[in-house]
Design a protein around this ligand. Structure first.
Ligand SMILES: *Cc1c(COP(=O)(O)O)cnc(C)c1O
Length: 406
């Protein structure tokens, strides 16, 4: 058994600050809120250098000192890559804005950034002896859970709203997860897991209901800073459902700042939602700390169709502390932007990713993003997972080809 040098000291309730011991299985805190993993950052700083990190394999396990897994045999790998930052120069010209960089998260295993969170959640479940996992999902998280559980040999049950894209349901089922279609939304699925976990013996892997998915998503912030030469962009546009990534990146920048690897500058964090499901935007505008459940949630961007987030206050805290904001865009604008950026720059965005660029256009017009700010947009999943408009014109090879039509 190889020990990985780790620096976890304890876990902490994100709301009350109450401490909980490391190396034990935890769900939510007693206050019913997410737990955050805390590290001895001073010891970490003396144990690893930027040069050490640079010399390691290009995968997110290169940040292992910033992660909670203690034993190497619990690390589960499916070929996680450092995802590229791709520029969108033509869109940038058309919008007349600062540099646009798209973080292409669809290159990760199972085709979405959910791989980051679930790689960590399943590794820690393995380390802490979990026998059976369960999760409500809009698709991508379930696919990642199913794949990492298959690899870790942990059975899992995955609950999807019955209008989840078929491709997601198929990829969950093919990885051997018990796959359930539920005639409700993701929080209805979550209720099934919550109410059944005692009697069935499930470990509840719902977004933010276990502490380690945030740590996995934190690697987006670590990786982004490293790719920018240990610096941060002016603005990060993040399509926000449960908010794990926004919370995780904000935590990454805090930890990097504390050990002096980045300076005092922080990106403005912008939470992007769809107008058909915008609880965080409403709470931001109302100036409150918690968001009400959004009724009749509906959007083409399934990954951000989350009517209620248990980490709402952590999302809002990150957005406000960073000087950012929350904004919502229409489904029509999402689809138009997806089609546009595919043509202008050859980047196939998922609807959630396209929402961030639609938000960029909207907020350049409103003036909340200025024309000289560098923005990073997250393309969270491969656009190929989603239904695309059909195209193509017919050629009948039984007739002479009319070359005049080209
Ligand atoms: C899960 C998901 C999101 C939302 O991510 P959170 O960190 O949970 O807010 C956005 N886009 C896609 C494609 C997703 O799968």
């Amino acid at each position: 058994m190889t020990e990985i040098p780790t620096f976890v000291t304890h876990l902490e309730c994100g709301l009350t600050g109450k401490h909980y011991p490391a190396d034990q299985l935890h769900g939510l805190s007693e206050a019913g809120r997410p737990l955050l993993v805390r590290y001895d950052l001073d010891a970490l700083k003396h144990a690893v250098t930027k040069e050490d990190i640079a010399s390691r394999a290009p995968e997110f396990w290169r940040y292992r000192e910033f992660l909670p897994v203690r034993r190497a045999e619990n690390v589960i790998r499916l070929g996680e890559v450092m995802t590229p930052l791709v520029s969108a120069p033509a869109l940038q010209r058309e919008l007349g804005c600062g540099e646009i960089l798209v973080k292409e998260e669809g290159r990760l295993p199972t085709g979405s950034f959910k791989a980051r969170g679930l790689a960590l959640a399943v590794a820690m479940a393995k380390e802490l002896g979990v026998k059976r996992m369960a999760m409500p999902t809009n698709g991508n998280a379930g696919a990642a859970l199913a794949a990492y559980c298959a690899r870790a040999n942990i059975p899992c049950d995955v609950f999807c709203p019955d209008d989840t894209p078929e491709v997601n349901i198929a990829e969950i089922a093919i990885a051997g997860a018990r796959t359930w279609r539920v005639n409700g939304l993701i929080d209805d699925c979550g209720r099934i897991v919550g109410e059944g976990k005692q009697s069935v013996g499930w470990f509840d892997t719902s977004t933010l209901k276990e502490p380690y998915r945030i740590e996995g998503k934190k690697t987006m912030g670590l990786e982004l800073a490293e790719q920018l030469g240990w610096d941060v962009p002016d603005v990060i546009l993040y399509p926000t459902g449960g908010g794990t990534g926004l919370i995780g990146m904000w935590k990454a920048f805090a930890e990097l700042g504390e050990i002096g690897w980045i300076g005092p500058k922080r990106p403005r964090m912008v939470a992007v939602q769809a107008t058909g499901c915008a609880p965080i935007v409403k709470a931001f505008e109302d100036g409150v700390e918690h968001a009400d459940r959004w009724e009749d949630a509906s959007t083409v961007a399934a990954g951000i169709r989350v009517p209620q987030a248990v980490g709402d206050f952590l999302i809002l805290r990150g957005v406000r502390e960073s000087g950012g904001f929350a904004t919502a865009v229409e489904d029509d604008a999402i689809e138009a932007m997806r089609d546009r950026v595919a043509r202008t720059d050859g980047i196939l965005m998922c609807p959630e990713g396209a929402a961030t660029l639609a938000a960029l256009e909207k907020e350049l017009a409103s003036g909340r993003i200025s024309k000289d700010e560098t923005v990073v947009s997250f393309n969270c999943a491969t656009g190929l997972k989603y239904p695309l408009p059909t195209g193509g014109d017919f050629i009948d090879i039984k007739q002479p080809v009319d070359y005049g039509m080209f």
